[in-house]
Design a protein around this ligand. Structure first.
Ligand SMILES: Cc1cc2nc3c(=O)[nH]c(=O)nc-3n(C[C@H](O)[C@H](O)[C@H](O)COP(=O)(O)OP(=O)(O)OC[C@H]3O[C@@H](n4cnc5c(N)ncnc54)[C@H](O)[C@@H]3O)c2cc1C
Length: 382
């Protein structure tokens, strides 16, 4: 179905993103998967092509485009090409971390960090999850105790995307342990601060090219200039940004499902059994028809959500609907497409196998499917 949300400049931009993904990402994917991390250079190369941190205003070295459709295009093109694992660091930087700096950063912080965020020399991450706490964000324990003007930070985080590559980590800390939501603040921890250590690059089921790490903080002295926004307002800031984060994950999920369907369609047209292409069995045709339909439905919903986000109207519950439904769809599609590939679908040299293992986590990170349903359920007054 023709998508009506894009203007000619988006169509041109999509073509250049497609070239970037084909030339600068896909050829390196296998190396990055083996190494468990993408090269830092890919951020700088994305910046050169105008695909990194597009919202950074021009005076700070960015292109100053406040239109999420451009983020959507970068996100979709990485995922539809089966490079969502390699591209996750870029989409996290663009869609999830950047708003914390542009919306909460004061003048001095913007001058200090935005130019590096825009040119890819400062890679960002956001650290909320801890070994003892994920879904229940208000229960986080990493402490930031007042120390002179600044803070002394102790604790640890886990499962942090860009955990190894990151230079600036938006870190959720407890500045007032007597409170739950109201006791949380956001501090920027910087590469090289004394007492800030990276743990292992974690071995995951999928998304092997993405560095996901533990972070440890032992008496890290953080100056007051690294507090984002107001002390005690961190929970409000995080929940405010989560709608965009969840929509970003939904967009990747739908595009990854579309990519999985595309490679499967090619496969079932050329593979024969019982004297006919396997795609022509009625069971295969029905499975493909169902997946194509569901992908179109999800695309229509997500496109509306992008326009709502641009109008600053995307609600937490609508973003939660997009996230849970799109990621569950991605999982269903990847699984069915493996089945249509038969044994080859289980071989990692086939793109569908990578799509399958990469898909599993999207129902978990950014808030699990169950938490999404809690948000939607509460919005219904139950
Ligand atoms: C690859 C990867 C990358 C990640 N990247 C980041 C990152 O960059 N930054 C970051 O901060 N975090 C990151 N995470 C963490 C991720 O957001 C959490 O794993 C997720 O929010 C779930 O938290 P948890 O793992 O502690 O699970 P838990 O909260 O322990 O949940 C376990 C199970 O209990 C269910 N459950 C919990 N509470 C409820 C409830 N109220 N009702 C019903 N069911 C419930 C959950 O749905 C889940 O099924 C990442 C995780 C992974 C795996």
């Amino acid at each position: 179905m023709r998508r009506t949300l894009f203007e000619p400049e988006h169509v041109d931009f999509r073509e250049s993103v497609q070239r970037f993904v084909a030339e600068e990402v896909v050829p390196h994917q296998e190396d990055w998967e083996r190494e468990g991390i993408v090269s830092r250079d890919v951020f700088a190369r994305a910046a050169e092509k105008g695909m990194l941190a597009m919202q950074v205003p021009e005076p700070y070295g960015g292109v100053g485009i406040d239109d999420f459709r451009f983020n959507q295009i970068v996100n979709e093109e990485l995922s539809v090409a089966g490079a969502g694992g390699s591209g996750l660091g870029i989409t996290l930087h663009n869609d999830i971390c950047l708003p914390y700096f542009t919306e909460l950063g004061n003048q001095e912080q913007r001058e200090r960090w935005l130019p590096g965020i825009a040119d890819g020399s400062l890679i960002t991450a956001v650290a909320m999850t801890e070994p003892e706490m994920g879904s229940d964000l208000a229960g986080l324990r990493t402490s930031a105790v007042r120390d002179g003007d600044g803070y002394l930070v102790n604790g640890s985080k886990t499962f942090i995307t860009n955990g190894i590559n990151s230079d600036l980590v938006i870190t959720a800390v407890k500045t007032d342990p007597s409170q739950r939501h109201g006791g949380i603040s956001l501090l920027i921890l910087e590469r090289g601060m004394d007492g800030f250590e990276r743990g292992r690059n974690l071995e995951k089921v999928g998304q092997h090219a993405q560095d996901t790490a533990e972070l440890f903080f032992h008496d890290v002295r953080v100056p007051p200039e690294n507090l984002l926004g107001e002390e005690g307002a961190g929970f409000r800031y995080m929940t405010g940004n989560l709608a965009q984060e969840r929509l970003s994950i939904a967009l990747s999920a739908v595009a990854a499902a579309r990519g999985a369907l595309q490679v499967t369609l090619e496969y079932v047209k050329q593979r024969n059994a019982f004297g006919q292409p396997i795609g022509s069995f009625q069971n295969s045709r029905f499975a493909l028809a169902e997946m194509a339909t569901e992908i179109e439905l999800a695309t229509a919903f997500c496109d509306q959500a992008v326009l709502a986000l641009n109008r600053r109207e995307l609600s937490a519950q609508d973003a939660a609907m997009a996230k849970w439904w799109a990621t569950e769809l991605q999982g269903r599609v990847a699984d069915r497409c493996v089945q249509l590939h038969g044994g080859y679908g289980y071989m990692l040299e086939y793109p569908i196998a990578r799509a399958y293992v990469d898909a599993r986590v999207t129902r978990i990170y950014g808030g699990t499917t169950e938490i999404m349903k809690e948000i939607i359920g509460r919005s219904l007054g139950v």
